[in-house]
Design a protein around this ligand. Structure first.
Ligand code: UN1
Length: 482
């Protein structure tokens, strides 16, 4: 496929960024350039914010149903291009074609769900202690929202931030990850083709100056961010210094607990999906496995067989289950993390050597590490790759305590056939999302998505929860004049 010249969308025009070159190569075959352009600068941010602010009030003055109709139309357009954009996504990001197409469809589903928000309840009505009065709580737009998105879901995460921001009457200045500029262009093109007014969305590229400039800009009224915990906290402190709300979705070290009474076939399949799909590059990926001691030998044997059977390679090949890491730097960091764990006493459960040299791509074989005798670093810290660290617990109670011994609290999975054990997990686990008998990853558009502890700051995303962040309440004491 030819390389695409990716531009920014600023003040109603597709323009080159003022910054240095941006070049995105296929992580499975780095000789191939997928997209080329230039990155955004603080000047680009200035122009984008000014344009967004100029357009916001007119957009907010439209009915909510009119705004929703634009999102619904965008959903239809996006679904119609799912194969094409999904293939671009796979070439740009490295996840498999099936996942790439699935992600574009998912983005369409999110736009459609949010596009129907006007048909849902819009606020609350309270009684008043005073005769002849009602008290309404209505929701008003926040203003102009800075949106900062990661590489790993190039269109689904942007959709779940941008759609509710727009629906609730805000304008958006979006700084996309420099690793996935092409899908960012596709989403903006789709929204414009669906009838979104030009100045309500602005797109900036790159991982340089634009992000910090956006967060610091006095014209930005709130920032939503997904990425690492380190950057998320920096964004949150910059936001706090300016007195604006920040929503940050950050790291995870998500555990799957497999208890002795679990359906082991189900558990193996789901743990593998959680740990290795998207090459482990999901904040919701399973990166810790806690197995009840009584079944650890059997479970690890099954896990090893199934993991060894996963085909790694070109994500466009339908036989391939696991694509490359997003970059050479990520691959090197993941390989270094594995080495450190092995030097520290962990042992490799899987047969394949982690380093895989295929077409010069950034591949790492899916790797399971037995961390019973060492490897606390890989047990505690997010590697963001296809690496699963394993420890054992004597019983459910100690397994649940281990889940909670983490600075993170995004998602967890518990595999058991005992409903009482499952309900205990519901009560005890400090996570934003708990899966009973399914993998740790995944997020439906109509329910809250979020974490606790080091995994998140601010209100949850998606579903009706999104309204918390993208609106501000206004309490109205309503009386007649008489
Ligand atoms: C999913 O589990 O399907 O960055 C979505 C991430 C999360 C999204 C996960 N914010 O991986």
């Amino acid at each position: 496929m030819p390389e695409v010249n990716v531009r920014q969308y600023v003040a109603g025009e597709w323009v080159a960024g003022d910054g240095g070159p941006l070049e995105r190569r296929n992580p499975a075959a780095p000789a191939e350039v997928v997209a080329r352009g230039t990155v955004g600068t603080a000047d680009d941010v200035d122009r984008a914010v000014a344009s967004a602010r100029a357009g916001q009030s007119e957009w907010a003055a439209r009915t909510s149903h009119a705004r929703g109709a634009v999102l619904q139309a965008a959903a239809v357009l996006l679904a119609g291009r799912a194969d094409e954009y999904g293939s671009e996504l796979a070439r740009e990001e490295g996840k498999t074609l099936r996942e790439g197409i699935g992600e574009v469809r998912r983005a369409a589903q999110i736009l459609d769900y949010v596009g129907h928000e006007p048909d849902r309840a819009a606020g609350e009505v309270f009684h008043s202690p005073r005769a002849g009065e009602r008290i309404l709580v209505v929701r008003r737009p926040v203003g102009t929202i800075g949106v900062i998105t990661p590489f790993n879901f190039p269109i689904a995460i942007p959709a779940w931030k941008i759609a509710p921001a727009l629906l609730h009457g805000n304008a958006v200045v979006w700084k996309a990850s420099g690793a996935v500029p092409l899908l960012a262009v596709r989403l903006v093109e789709t929204l414009l083709a669906a009838g979104l007014p030009a100045d309500v969305i602005q797109l900036l590229h790159g991982d340089g100056a634009a992000g910090p400039a956006l967060v610091a800009h006095p014209g930005i009224d709130a920032v939503t961010f997904t990425g690492s915990t380190g950057v998320g906290r920096a964004v949150a402190s910059a936001g706090a210094a300016r007195g604006i709300p920040v929503q940050a979705e950050m790291g995870g070290k998500n555990a799957a607990v497999v208890l002795a009474d679990a359906d082991l076939d189900l558990a193996v399949a789901q743990v593998i999906a959680g740990a290795f799909v998207s090459t482990g590059q999901k904040c919701t990926a399973t990166s810790r496995l806690i197995v009840e001691s009584a079944i650890v030998d059997e479970f690890l044997a099954r896990l090893r067989t199934a993991t060894d059977a996963l085909t790694v390679g070109n994500p466009l090949d339908p036989e391939v289950a696991i694509g490359p890491l997003v970059s050479a730097a990520s691959r090197d960091a993941v390989l270094a993390g594995i080495d450190t764990a092995l030097q520290d006493g962990a042992t490799r459960v899987t047969s394949r050597a982690p380093r895989l040299d295929l077409d010069g791509g950034h591949f790492v074989a899916p790797t399971v590490l037995d961390c019973r005798a060492g490897g606390s670093e890989v047990w505690e810290n997010e590697l963001f790759g296809p690496v699963l660290a394993v420890r054992t617990a004597q019983d459910a109670a100690s397994a649940f305590a281990m889940v909670n011994q983490s600075e993170f609290g995004l998602s967890a999975a518990v595999f058991t056939r005992d409903i009482a054990t499952a309900l205990t997990a519901v009560d005890l686990l400090d996570v934003g999302m708990l899966h009973i008998n399914s993998e740790t990853a995944g997020a439906d558009p109509h329910v809250p998505f979020g974490g606790v502890k080091g995994s998140a700051l601010g209100p949850a995303e998606q579903g009706t929860a999104a309204r918390e962040f993208y609106t501000r309440p206004s309490t109205v004491y309503l009386r007649g004049a008489a």
